[in-house]
Design a protein around this ligand. Structure first.
Ligand SMILES: N[C@@H]1O[C@H](COP(=O)(O)O)[C@@H](O)[C@H]1O
Length: 188
């Protein structure tokens, strides 16, 4: 099975998923799709000899260009790992229940446009939450809205900062995202 990872940033989750399937006979990460020139995930793709695509915004939102790229690459599952653009309806429809996302908070709270990275953890702390965590969900045509696949929690203590919460949440992401990707692929 072929996995495509969409990412806009560092790519630490992409690296964990690549490592998880490195010697797997179930699946392999065979394509990296990025919308940010110079993003860390592109260096990971180069180092790992995985083909990567730097997408053009107009073509992404106004054509089937990248649907064709994914179909030509025989992609079975699209994994969003820190991809900051909303997925257009034609791509969601072309890959029904085949696109998943990870969000660094317990949706439906602290989700939506602009809610990513440290903004999320600042909002969680500012709201006085006693816990945070991760949400892995199917992608539909709205931000951070599709059916939840998994939520895992971490406690927030009085001396936590957005940075310490980010670390706890990242540990959950790296622990669970590869496992969930494998679980879904074993059903496809
Ligand atoms: N959607 C969010 O974007 C971040 C990506 O981090 P990385 O995988 O680029 O390190 C992760 O926190 C993920 O939950």
């Amino acid at each position: 099975k072929n996995i495509a990872i969409f990412a806009s940033g560092t790519g630490s989750n992409a690296q964990k998923i690549i490592d998880h399937f490195r010697h797997s006979d179930i699946a392999r990460v065979t394509l990296i799709v990025c919308n940010k020139p110079g993003a860390g995930v592109l260096q990971i793709a180069e180092r790992e000899n995985i083909p990567s695509v730097l997408i053009d915004k107009t073509a992404f939102f106004n054509s089937d260009t990248y649907i064709k790229v994914l179909q030509d690459a025989k992609i079975d599952l699209v994994v969003l790992a820190g991809f900051l653009w909303k997925v257009p309806a034609n791509l969601v429809q072309a890959f029904p229940n085949r696109i998943i996302n990870i969000h660094p908070a317990l949706l439906p709270k602290f989700g939506g446009k602009g809610m990513y990275g440290h903004f999320v953890h600042e909002a969680v702390i500012a709201a006085g939450e006693k816990e945070s965590g991760i949400t892995i969900h199917f992608v539909n045509e709205k931000y951070d809205d599709g059916e939840t696949i998994l939520q895992e929690r971490c406690e927030i203590t009085a001396d936590d900062t957005p940075e310490t919460v980010a670390k706890k949440v990242q540990a959950l992401e790296h622990r669970w995202f590869p496992v969930i990707v494998e679980r879904l692929l074993s059903k496809i």
